[in-house]
Design a protein around this ligand. Structure first.
Ligand SMILES: [Ca+2]
Length: 486
């Protein structure tokens, strides 16, 4: 099971795919807001492999895929752990109404911005620090395809781990609880780059019990939904969704983004991919009439007349035909992003096409209305046309190429835990190679990138504990590991 999943998952993260629409529910455009129009039959919950859209050429074994296929067999993540039976939420799912395609035409193009901020979060080089070396300590194992980690910020010290197929598990005092916090597998399409992908707890979770998830729905589209904890058990959520806040139609099975986090401003940020295939054939990254290829920002404490959330003053909102949820654009697959808990700085790991993996970083206020360049740029290089004008796009703070088995960046966090050697370093990894890297945010606009560990894990996510310690999930081995200084 695991052995077949890994290459599939990772290949989908990066390998070029031919432009073949496989689409669930046959949609090619984004459409926020409630579903309308004809109801399509629900898809099977078990999708065909998302790389079914790959042409034969791109599905051929690659050095990377070969390496993964022969990677040391990690423990099978036991598809169905012993605690298996979990009462499914609302036992009979409603018939699925898939959002219909809304073609708004070419729409408005983001374009360059002459005031685009410089990359980096400080911009002044300081005294170079010796990069740390790290190691990993397994906290728990036995998870089924762990793909996300979050904390509730409620003083409990618990970690909440997303299992791709649609469960949230609780790690309390270093122990994986048998009963899931939430099970929504009946609502989730899982496999490849799809599944239950993101989780964020409301900043006032300890008093209001509200939390938010990002998953691939039965139509293959992205859903952002609100849930609440149950009334009487802090380790159990109410299985009934409060509401679905936002749906984003996905034209292809890959590049679904997935990250979800509250910013220092109390707003909910949502990372979407460019919709998939390869090379952004629908130009989602540079269009403002789509929610794809973006970092979105919404106010879950507000409400508009036509939206179940408020709009917090995103700069692009004033542009013709632009979706007002757009905070930043020009992203390819910002699978994981984070805010530095001390400084508020925004860090994005944007998965590249064939050439460059990139890390973007800005003070979060400075990221409102910026264009990170995809698909005009991949990393710092021209992508669709060469030469190209790179002015007006925010360049990455760091890039690395695909030599040495790298192929898909997993954005991390600035370490704010206890170990002095790690404090203040931005740590991230590559999902294909298992290589961990570090950046000193204080080392200027183009800080050096240092390799700090070569691991054998399939690191698909980082997560931050309430105490600032950092964890990673190994989707292949089913473990959660804490990062420690060596
Ligand atoms: Ca970029």
């Amino acid at each position: 099971m695991a052995a077949t999943l890994i290459p599939r998952t990772l290949r989908c993260l990066l390998l070029p795919t031919l432009v073949v629409i496989v689409a669930a529910c046959g949609t090619t455009q984004t459409s926020p807001g409630p579903a309308s129009g004809p109801v399509s039959p629900a898809l099977s919950a078990e999708p065909s492999p998302s790389h079914a859209s790959h042409g034969p050429a791109t599905d051929a074994p690659t050095p990377m895929a070969t390496e993964l296929a022969t990677a040391p067999p990690t423990a099978d993540p036991t598809p169905e752990p012993s605690d298996e039976p979990t009462p499914e939420p609302s036992a009979t799912p409603e018939p699925v109404a898939c959002p219909i395609e809304v073609d708004e035409g070419p729409g408005t193009v983001a374009g360059p911005d002459s005031d685009a901020p410089r990359p980096g979060v400080v911009g002044d080089a300081s005294i170079a620090r010796e990069p740390p070396t790290i190691s990993l300590e397994q906290v728990v194992g036995g998870l089924s395809k762990p793909i996300g980690i979050a904390n509730a910020g409620d003083g409990s010290g618990r970690l909440f781990v997303l299992e791709q197929a649609g469960r949230i598990r609780v790690v309390a005092d270093g122990v994986l609880l048998a009963e899931p916090f939430l099970t929504i597998s009946s609502l989730v399409t899982s496999g490849g780059e799809r599944g239950l992908l993101g989780l964020a707890f409301h900043p006032d979770y300890s008093t209001n019990g509200r939390f938010f998830v990002n998953y691939t729905d039965l139509c293959g589209n992205t859903a952002i939904a609100e849930y609440r904890v149950s009334d009487d058990d802090p380790n159990l959520a109410d299985p009934r969704p409060v509401e679905i806040l936002l749906q984003v139609v996905q034209p292809f099975p890959n590049h679904n983004g997935g990250g979800l986090a509250f910013g220092p401003d109390g707003m909910l940020y949502i990372a979407t991919g460019d919709g998939g295939s390869a090379g952004d054939p629908l130009n989602m990254g540079q269009r403002l009439d789509t929610l794809l290829g973006k970092l979105l920002r919404i106010d879950v404490d507000g409400r508009e007349s036509d939206r179940p959330y408020g709009l917090p003053g995103n700069r692009f909102a004033s542009r013709h035909l632009a979706h007002p949820e757009i905070y930043a654009t020009g992203l390819r697959n910002p699978w994981r992003f984070s805010f530095d808990r001390d400084t508020g700085d925004l860090w994005i790991g944007d998965v590249g096409q064939g050439g460059w993996e990139e890390i973007d970083a800005l003070p979060y206020e400075a990221a409102n209305g910026v264009n990170f360049g995809w698909n005009l740029l991949e990393g710092r290089d021209c992508y669709v046309e060469d030469p190209c004008d790179t002015g007006g796009y925010v360049a990455p703070v760091a890039v690395y190429d695909h030599r040495d088995g790298d192929c898909a960046v997993t954005g991390g966090y600035v370490h704010r835990g206890q170990a002095p050697a790690l404090r203040g370093w931005y740590l991230f990894a590559d999902a294909c190679s298992g290589t961990f890297r570090a950046i000193d945010p204080l080392a200027g606009a183009a800080p050096p990138v240092s390799v700090v560990l070569q691991s054998s894990l399939a690191v698909v996510t980082f997560g931050e504990g309430e105490d600032g310690e950092l964890y990673v999930a190994d989707i292949a081995g089913g473990g959660i590991h804490r990062i420690v200084a060596r």
